[in-house]
Structures are given as C-alpha cells and as structure tokens.
Design a protein around this ligand. Structure first.
Ligand SMILES: [Zn+2]
Length: 296
C-alpha cells in the first residue's frame, strides 16, 4: 500500500470509528493521531476561542484562569499545571496580567510563549493606579477587537512555527476569523456611533481599550483593584446625575455591593457584562447590545 492510500484509509477509519475489523497496528495509529494534538495553554478564556479558531481540531486548549475568577488574583493550581509539561505553546495576554507566567516557563523550558500585548499600543495607568495595582500599563487589551486581530496573527505564527506542515491550513483559518472580527468591529462602530451618552459607569475598569476603539468614556467604580471609599462613591453618583446615567455595569468576577449602592442612589439598574467569556465574538456582540440598550 502506498503512503497516500494508507493515510486516506486511516483517516476514514478514524472518522467512522469502525474498529472491529481493524488490525491492532492501525488502531494504535488512530489513537496516536488523537494524542498528537498540539497542546496549547491559554491564561484567560477569551484567548481559547482565538486559538481554537486558528487551530480547530489540531489543537488541545487548556484554560488556566476559570471564567468566574478574577485574573488579577487567581493563580493556577498545581493540578492545572500538569498539562503545561506536554504543551507546546503558552498564549498569554501580557501587560502584567499573568504575574505567575514564570511558573509556566519553569515547568516547561521549551514552551513557545505568545504575548498578545506585544505590538499593541498599551494604555498607561495613572501613577496612583500604578502604585496600587503594581502594574504600569492597563492589561485589559483583549477586549479590543482590533487587538484581537493582532493576537490571532501571533497565534497563527506560533502554530505554524511548531507545526509547519499545517501552515496553510492555519493561515486560512486565521483569515476567516479575522474577517469575522473585522465585520463585528464595523458593526459595533456603527451601533455605538448612534449612542448619545458616551459615558458609562462600570464596576471594574475592564473596558478601557474597548472604549478607546469606539469613543466611549469608562467611569470605573473600582480603583487600583480596590473597593471605593464613600467620598469616591459620592463623586460617581454626582457624575451619574449630571450626565443622566441610569445604569451601572458590573462584571460577575467582582464584588457588586458598591455598584448596587450607586444604582439605588441614581434610581438606575445594575446590568451584568462579562469580560472573560469563552465565546469571545458572541459575547462581544451581546455586550455591545447591552451598551446600545442602556446608553441612550
Ligand atoms: Zn481586570
């Protein structure tokens, strides 16, 4: 049997899973093919969609920070780090979000690190924020579709480097996903241009890069990763009244008490939006619809 025939036969057998009349040697090759998936570790859930979109069934993606946890405080557990040993690529957001990233490289010296923040124009934090946050730059860059485009390109490059035989396949997938990002970016621009009130109150300052893309102004309740004092809460309430703001956005990963207090004072409501959902594109669409609905 020539090689091509063998590959085709193997593919068919693996696909339909007819194992009863397959010789043990072929069965072995089938399961080996499954094991050969390229191990990719991502820090936060939204990055998983980017990797899966480019790598599809050729990658096995592990998310370290669970969607319900705050990435600013969560550190991967030893049981989660088992996957790191066999992984080929580690995709991180960067800009200081993964303060534990050196652990990954210590476990697996050969792992290829993809830093999404590379090539992104980072937003500087104020000196006060820097001091409290122990960060120099704002790390919430993954919530910009334009940054996502850069990130997906970095991921394509890493996959192609580790697995050059499939470079063309990865490139095709990357281009398809970038088309979706571009289309949604245009759609969001159009929708948010029509919104009159560009200022919005939000619990945690996740939407800085997103706001920059679409000319919105984020007013965060939390500062430097800390709950606000009564003085600052009063300031936000005054701002809300001056600007006729009737909604307080919250992220499910953070304590919502102060947001509820503010909402009550302004006779407004609390609306939840998620910066860390795994279905990135769909979640951005849902989030924007919330913005359009409430920023009138
Ligand atoms: Zn954050």
């Amino acid at each position: 049997m020539n090689l091509l025939k063998k590959i085709v036969l193997l593919a068919i057998i693996c696909l339909i899973g007819v194992s009863s009349y397959v010789t043990p040697s072929i069965k072995g090759e089938c399961s080996q093919k499954k094991l050969e998936k390229l191990g990719v570790i991502v820090s936060i859930a939204p990055l998983a969609e980017w990797v899966k979109s480019v790598g599809t069934n050729k990658v096995d993606v592990t998310i370290l920070v669970p969607p319900g946890a705050s990435p600013h405080t969560y550190e991967p557990k030893p049981s989660q780090l088992i996957k790191v040993e066999k992984a080929k690529i580690f995709v991180k957001n960067g800009a200081g979000l993964e303060f534990w990233a050196n652990k990954i490289v210590r476990i697996n010296k050969d792992i290829l690190v993809v830093d999404i923040s590379k090539g992104v124009k980072l937003i500087e934090l104020s000196p006060k924020e820097q001091k409290k946050h122990h960060l120099l730059k704002d790390p919430h860059l993954w919530l910009s579709l334009r940054n996502a485009k850069k990130g997906v390109k970095e991921i394509y490059e890493a996959l192609s480097k580790v697995n050059p035989e499939n470079e063309e396949y990865y490139r095709k997938n990357m281009n398809e996903y970038i088309e979706k990002l571009d289309a949604l970016d245009k759609e969001i621009s159009k929708k948010l241009k029509a919104v009159k009130n560009k200022k919005f109150i939000v619990l945690h300052p996740s939407w800085s890069y997103f706001s920059k893309d679409y000319g919105l102004e984020q007013i965060p309740i939390e500062r430097g990763g800390k709950e606000p004092g009564p003085k600052y809460i009063k300031k936000i309430i005054d701002t809300a009244r001056e600007n006729n703001i009737k909604v307080v956005f919250v992220e499910p990963q953070f304590n919502q008490k102060s947001a509820e207090v503010i909402a009550r004072e302004i006779n407004g409501r609390v609306v939840s939006i998620n910066p860390l959902a795994e279905d990135y594109l769909e979640n951005m669409r849902i989030t924007v619809n919330e913005f359009v609905k409430w920023l009138k």
